[in-house]
Design a protein around this ligand. Structure first.
Ligand code: ADP
Ligand code: MG
Length: 528
């Protein structure tokens, strides 16, 4: 039978995570040389920022891209340097040479989350150019600087360290420099890369970013404020987000001696009373050892938790939103707008994860004109990362384009930019390339409310401006006749020179029309 023959000829084997991403690199954003250059800058910059602001350090980031020949699709050297916490030397090989190795698998709001970025950069460089990645790092309390050159053993998902050295440091420098050689296409990625760095500076105006492009142009984004968001903290899982497998892992690894202690201490939102109620509902004694539960007892525990709806909602004090002040500084710095405002919404949650949404608006100044709601300049951010691709599949785009902007006194074409920042210990990205956020109803509602809140403030500003313009226009229509009336009156009034009469009439106009004018010329200027 033919199916037997086919089945018999199949050969089975498993591949390593490195091999998987080597075969499917477009999943992580490395689909062509242009996109790969952009993604490389992005992944390295995000690691640099995670190593600084998330630890309360004002970031100093230096990004350089150098072309090594004159072809369009050519080999580029990308280097990113930071003044962050550095990497402990014994972790460097795995951090850069083992796919899915990360220090960010805790419940903490970070830019990185998949343990993939740096390794995709190394893998892609290795496939296209073949040169090793160079990592120079000095951890914050170390007296030495460590240097590595490494590649990835794709079959076994292991680092291959080609060179390793270290030396005493004679300066207080701490941080990391990563240098890679990749096949890239600057011409086709230029605008996205520059835009990415600009937007990074909108959300992190407390960073100082230096960028030198392959044409030798230098972009300096100066630190616009010393204010820095409160760093994120690690948190414990909320019971609502814990499924059967996670419960098993938590029970197996807990250091608590009893089930009661386990429930009370290893979760957020569970106090003594709640823990006791859950155990009672699950028919389990509190003094049992967490390691000795049967499969059916664990199932029962999880199903009781699923149905229990009296937990405190996930707390958000471990999250790190940017804050209204810094958002306004970031937007003003980029657009010099005539109006700017921002709001940090109260926390909400989805599937056991706390979420904070922030929204901002910049109007006028250097904001480009949008002809309709789909053209509004939308600045999307997730955990402080700018999202540039896949705009139309992002939940923020859906919200912005469905708002009726006439309700907010906006008439298109309008110089309107909207910023949306979603922060959470788990952002529901649509893919590992982290480019757009899925439409989770709770997040969508928060975005809508946040944007409406700032839009209402913009409306107050615009209606006030409109009223003032209206008053000035009315005043002008009257005041412009003053010189003529004054001249006519001076001819018939015995003692009045035209000048005197004009002054009196201006005085009257000021009092009656409520406009601030000193001479007829003022009105003309104001109106224009
Ligand atoms: P992720 O950022 O998702 O954790 P990466 O592959 O980008 O995955 O990075 C792996 C790990 O390497 C990080 O979790 C971090 O601990 C470490 N790392 C990478 N770059 C830096 C850096 N510039 N400074 C400090 N640590 C870094
Ligand atoms: Mg990363």
């Amino acid at each position: 039978m033919s199916w037997v023959a086919i089945a018999g000829s199949e050969s089975f084997r498993a591949i390593s995570p490195s091999e998987f991403f080597y075969r499917n690199r477009e999943l992580a954003g490395f689909s062509n040389p242009a996109r790969a250059l952009y993604q490389t800058v992005r992944e390295l910059t995000e690691n640099a920022l995670d190593a600084t602001d998330a630890h309360g350090i004002l970031p100093d980031i230096k990004i350089t891209i150098d072309r090594t020949d004159e072809e369009q699709e050519s080999i580029y050297m990308v280097s990113v340097e930071d003044n962050g916490i550095g990497i402990p030397p014994h972790y460097v090989p795995q951090a850069f040479g083992m796919v899915l190795f990360s220090s960010k698998y805790t419940l903490r709001q970070t830019r990185g989350m998949f343990g993939l970025g740096a390794k995709m950069v190394v893998l892609y460089g290795q496939i296209t150019v073949g040169k090793p990645v160079e990592v120079i790092t000095s951890p914050i309390k170390s007296s030495r600087i460590y240097s590595f050159k490494l590649l990835i053993d794709i079959k076994n998902n292991e680092p291959i360290v080609l060179e390793r050295s270290s030396w005493q440091k004679n300066s207080p420098w701490h941080g990391t420099i990563v240098k890679v050689y990749i096949l890239g296409d600057w011409q086709r990625s230029k605008s996205k890369i520059v835009e990415y760095i600009r937007r990074t500076h909108v959300i992190a105006p407390y960073a100082s970013i230096f960028f030198r492009d392959p044409d030798g142009n230098i972009y300096i984004f100066r630190r616009a404020t010393e204010l820095i968001p409160k760093p994120p903290k690690e948190t414990k899982p909320h019971p609502v987000g814990v499924d059967l497998e996670m419960m098993k892992m938590m029970l197996a690894s807990t250091r608590r001696r009893t089930l009661l202690e386990f429930l009370e201490n290893d979760f957020q939102g569970v106090g003594r009373v709640t823990a006791e109620r859950i155990l009672e509902l699950a028919g389990l004694r509190g003094d049992r050892s967490p390691k000795r539960l049967s499969q059916s007892e664990i199932e029962k525990l999880v199903s009781v938790i699923k149905e229990f709806n009296e937990f405190r909602r996930p707390s958000a004090d471990h999250l790190s939103p940017i804050g209204e002040e810094i958002l306004k500084i970031g937007l003003s710095n980029m657009f010099k707008p005539e109006f700017v405002d921002a709001v940090t919404r109260k926390p909400t949650s989805y599937s056991g994860h706390a979420v904070i949404v922030e929204a901002g608006i910049a109007y006028g100044g250097r904001v480009p004109l949008a002809n309709d709601p789909t053209e509004i300049l939308l600045l999307r951010f997730a955990n402080k990362i700018p999202l540039l691709y896949d705009e139309s599949s992002d939940v923020s785009f859906k919200v912005i384009s469905s708002i009726d902007w006439k309700d907010y006194e906006i008439e298109f074409p309008a110089p309107l930019a909207v910023l949306v920042h979603v922060c959470s210990t788990k952002v529901p990205y649509r893919g590992v390339g982290k480019e757009s956020i899925a439409d989770v109803p709770e997040i969508e509602a928060e975005i809508r409310n946040g944007v409406r809140e700032v839009a209402r403030r913009l409306r107050s500003y615009l209606s006030k401006k409109k009223r003032e313009e209206e008053i000035a226009r009315r005043a002008y229509s009257i005041v412009k006749y003053i010189p003529e009336i004054s001249r006519s009156l001076s001819a018939i009034v015995a003692d009045g020179s035209s000048k005197n009469i004009e002054e009196k009439l201006i005085y009257l106009a000021r009092a009656k029309l409520g406009v601030n004018i000193n001479s007829v010329n003022d009105v003309v200027i104001n109106i224009e």
